[in-house]
Ligand binder design. Sequence first.
Ligand code: TEU
Length: 546
Amino acid sequence: MNQQWWHSAVVYQVYPRSFCDSSGDGNGDLKGVISKLDYLEKLGIDLIWLSPVYLSPMKDNGYDIADYQAIDPRFGDMNDMRQLIHQAKQRNIGIMMDLVLNHTSDQHHWFKQAKQSRDNPYRDYYIWRDQTNQIRSIFSGPAWQYDPVTSQYYFHLFADAQPDLNWENPAVAKEIHQMISWWVEQGVAGFRLDVIDLIGKEIDQGITENGPRLHPLLQQMHQACFKGKKLVTVGETWGATPEIAKLYSDPRREELSMVFQFEHAALDWHPEHGKWQVQDFDLIALKKVLSKWQTAFDGDGWNALFWNNHDLPRIVSRWGNDGEYREASAKLFATLLHGMQGTPYIYQGEEIAMTNVQFAELSDYDDIEIKNSYQEKVVEQQSLSHQQFMQGVYQSARDNARTPMQWDNSDNAGFSCGQPWLKLNPNYQQINVANALANQHSVFYHYQRLIALRKSSKYSDTLVYGSYQLLLEEHSHIFAYIRQYKEQRLLIVANVSQQTQTLSLDFKLAEVVLDNLQPEDESKVGVDLAQLNLAPYQAIIYLLAD
Ligand code: TEU
């Protein structure tokens, strides 16, 4: 495999509105991010994926862009952006911008123009039809919005304030390429491409995802913007299978560095109600999915590894235990993920095991997806009761990930001295960065150790490039696998349950590399693998003897 710098990189996602507010207006901002760079450097990450900070009416928290080359005043200005790129670079941290290319805001000047008349030069930047078809918006309701001024419908796969761009029009591709190249000139290190699998659509055929024009469009983009540059790119692709993921990330095809696949992330969703009614956690199913992805590429592609992002509930609440075993289970999921092959992504707050939140009222929530789904499922279709829906919100809603970052136990968790745009999780008194930094055994330091192991230790090659083999496939509580590179073998074994598990493995042990329940200085104590007792949520990385 051709080695790339981003193979060994670790990425940290910042959701800027909720990260750190320097101005006191209740919204996080770029100066706030700059003020936390030392913290991120201490954690050891290489890249920051910055969720959108562009000019936006914030109908979908910046995923509705009104100007790709301007910073929203809530976040600061272009000077702050340059400062962030510069200050991060001084700490060897690169900035990945979030490119939302499937749609813009309806406040983008292209759309404002396009709406004016059917023969406006920008009309074909968007998708207009006299008749609608059956395609539905991902945010509920039909994907078509009638515009009375020109008596046609425009197409939107997300909110009606997010009209889809028409990628059939070469002028759109040209404008977007120029914009991306401009960001490259600003010194960014790469890009995350929002719902990129939706841009090759053929609407009249009812095809929205993985359309026939998708890969040619990405190859053009690569030629125009990425080729020959030291950049990393990751596509968000909800509909990817391993076969499809290879099309994007096989280096010979020159498209993207890697993609986020979501098979594991949607594993417990209900067939009809999706995320609003989740099913029981099934470790065997999770192991199958992740192992399939671990062994799918063999050099013809690369995995992006994640449990969390700004659209998903917190992993410690979802599949871990956010009560008695919060720290242990957070460290366990960290160990499992950082032990795998691929580029790990950490979502803000994950490194201190922030949890889901339960607000009493629907009006305490902000997310457009929650509001639209409530309208559809509870009010219109009445397929879920209010209580059932709230239960779904507590388990899966996106706002679980979006409550402000918990820095300390002062007012508003040190996030803002103003009124935060979204309420805090009241548990910030206990769960916060200041507490985590003061405790050598905190989840933070576990992440720091995992990152250090991957980046600069005698195990780095094995963690980054080693092959993957699942053990105990049918065990419903143990997740165990081997990573091997040349002669070196690491065993990662985790007890994903609240009971002690005893197992017998036929390996000779050389060393304990990292144990989530043992203080670092005692971690070299030998253990007999013939009779291995794992405490609740214990996760250990062993070096095996030859
Ligand atoms: O997410 C894509 C997306 O499809 C999600 O909305 C997902 O379907 C949902 O969370 C699952 O219930 C991306 C961004 O990450 C998200 O924040 C944006 O809202 C969306 O695109 C539109 O840009």
